[in-house]
Design a protein around this ligand. Structure first.
Ligand code: F6P
Length: 549
């Protein structure tokens, strides 16, 4: 029993039933599941908004899904979901509400935090962002010397970088191609150097994105960006025309020298990795325009409403969360691949890594006790066709079970034409072929029937039974991107709820930050750092030697 009165997850009858069911299923494979159910290919599908979700190629039966839903009911996933949507402080270790869903709520919605309706605040900031974005896009907002802004550089890290950087790539076809938009996150000076070396400071706007405005990487880069600008423009007053801030911390923003009028606010109930549809999306909004940004928010909202209201049987985020639990907890899968068949989604998995791994990479439960079950998987992947010629070998014939999501689109983006449009069918042929090969493999008899010499038969045999979800939409639009991100946000939520962990804190990143601060004087001044282990001490000495210090 937990301190909160909840039965330990792995002691619930629902968990035990799933473990027994897993035993009973044994080696039942996808060929058998498809042979015994001719309707499986069409029956194991769901639709949410524009997303067609096919889960037929999973190692599950109706009974598996029923038992998984019972686990969700026993762990009160929907109860926690409702508490989240109501604005209750479900991020208990930080005593905060979790309301990224309010960021995309319609203007007339009412969502209260501590008795205050936050929706008007959300829309006030969105309106302010829209006004600013339009002024930059139209050329009305000029730099200090009166020149038009042609370059936008977002300086932020983690949730203050990955979301807008990913979405900018995804929606490139919708961006103003006359604007150069770049993202600087790494405290390695090379990042800022490469992002600015060919830019004219008089035409460059820096957007300093940091929820806390204390993150050392971001503040360091922002300070260097300021020097770069001032070196060229020579007047402190230029900062007000070339720097804006996205933050929850007005005091620190002002302290940095940014005009509070040029600060776009958000709130502590928006987690960093859930924030790119808040003010953190300003660079994206400048790139695609407020109207497209609004379409994206509507896409998010559509899936929020689906998650909030759809029954368990047809609730897509619930289903995806449960499938992850099935593999992670009952098949010992350690990782989860996300494989988009769209070049524009090249940063999508990197974005999901923070969303998923920072949310659910925890071994301590809400009750403060260590969990006795696997929690969040390692999330990885790159665009599919490139992966096919790199790591798919392991997906097909490796010793590990790696469930994967395949994401693809029926239409190429509208900008493509001629032969490039025609290439889309080849791309998608790979998309469909891969999930088929992963699921059904190739038997030894099939290989022999091709006349393959006996000694090569084992090498050319594919066991199959590698589970995949296929997510297919007609086209990649701002709305579809919003739908996809919300789908994954809520999937992560479902899993955190089942595993009984707080998916909204991130204490695990603190220790490294504290130690870095402590170690820095040892590198620069050779200072004696108390408590430094012998390995790190020797490495620091080697570093100083190599730097000639
Ligand atoms: O890496 C930890 C973290 O706090 C993330 O959760 C967050 O997205 C990132 O740092 C950046 O934080 P901030 O927006 O406050 O600069």
């Amino acid at each position: 029993m937990n301190a909160d009165g909840r039965t330990r997850l792995n002691e619930t009858p629902e968990w035990t039933a799933l473990a027994e069911h897993r035993e009973e299923l044994g080696g039942v494979g996808l060929r058998e599941l498809f042979d015994t159910d001719p309707g499986r290919g069409t029956g194991y599908t769901l639709q949410v908004g524009d997303l067609h979700v096919d889960y037929a190629k999973h190692l599950v039966t109706d009974e598996t899904l029923r038992l998984l839903r019972e686990l969700a009911a026993a762990t009160d996933v929907f109860g926690l979901r409702d508490a989240m949507f109501r604005g209750e402080k479900i991020n208990t270790t930080e005593d905060r509400a979790v309301l990224h869903t309010a960021l995309r709520a319609p203007r007339d919605a009412v969502i209260e935090v501590d008795g205050r309706n936050v929706v008007p605040d959300v829309h006030a900031v969105l309106d302010k962002m829209a006004g600013f974005a339009e002024r930059v896009r139209s050329g009305e907002w000029t730099g200090y010397t009166g020149r038009r802004i042609r370059n936008v550089v977002n300086v932020g890290i983690g949730g203050s970088d990955l979301g807008p950087a990913m979405a900018y790539e995804v929606l490139r076809a919708f961006t103003d191609r006359d604007l150069t938009v770049r993202f600087v996150s790494n405290v390695d000076g090379a990042d800022l150097h490469e992002a600015t070396r060919d830019l004219d400071p008089a035409e460059t706007l820096f957007i300093i994105a940091s929820k806390t405005f204390t993150t050392i990487e971001t503040i360091t880069n922002a300070t260097s960006a300021r020097s770069w600008l001032l070196q060229a423009l020579g007047d402190e007053k230029a900062v007000a025309r070339h720097f804006v801030a996205l933050s929850t911390n007005a005091e620190k923003v002002t302290g940095f020298g940014i005009d509070p009028d040029n600060m776009f606010e958000f709130w502590d109930w928006v987690g960093g990795r859930y924030s790119y549809d808040s003010a953190i999306g300003l660079s994206l909004m400048i790139a695609i325009g407020p109207e497209r940004f609004r379409e994206m928010l509507d896409g998010f909202h559509l899936v929020d409403e689906h998650f909030r209201t759809a029954p368990a049987e047809s609730n897509v985020p619930l289903l995806l969360g449960l499938l992850g639990v099935w593999y992670g907890n009952f098949h010992d899968a350690q990782s989860h691949a996300v494989l988009p068949y769209s070049h524009y989604l090249s940063r999508f998995t990197a974005y999901l890594q923070q969303l998923d791994m920072e949310s659910n990479g925890k071994y301590v439960g809400r009750d403060g006790r260590e969990v006795e079950w696997q929690t969040g998987p390692v999330v990885w992947g790159t665009p599919g066709t490139n992966g096919q010629h790199a790591y798919y070998q392991l997906l097909h014939q490796g010793t590990k079970l790696i469930p994967a999501d395949f994401i693809g689109f029926a239409e190429p983006v509208a900008e493509l034409s001629g032969e490039l449009t025609a290439q889309h069918d080849l791309l998608m042929a790979n998309f469909f072929a891969q999930t088929q090969a992963l699921a059904f493999g190739k038997t030894a008899d099939e290989v022999r029937a091709e006349g393959v010499p006996e000694e090569l038969v084992p090498h050319k045999t594919f066991r199959g039974d590698r589970p995949t979800t296929t997510i297919l939409a007609r086209e990649l639009s701002p709305s579809v991107l919003g739908q996809l991100v919300a789908l994954y946000e809520h999937k992560v939520f479902v899993q955190g709820a089942i595993w009984n962990i707080d998916s909204f804190d991130q204490w695990g990143v603190e220790l490294g930050k504290v130690l870095a601060k402590r170690v820095e004087p040892a590198l620069t001044e050779g200072a004696e750092v108390p408590g430094l282990d012998t390995s790190t001490k020797a490495l620091v000495a080697k570093y100083r030697e190599l730097r000639g210090r």
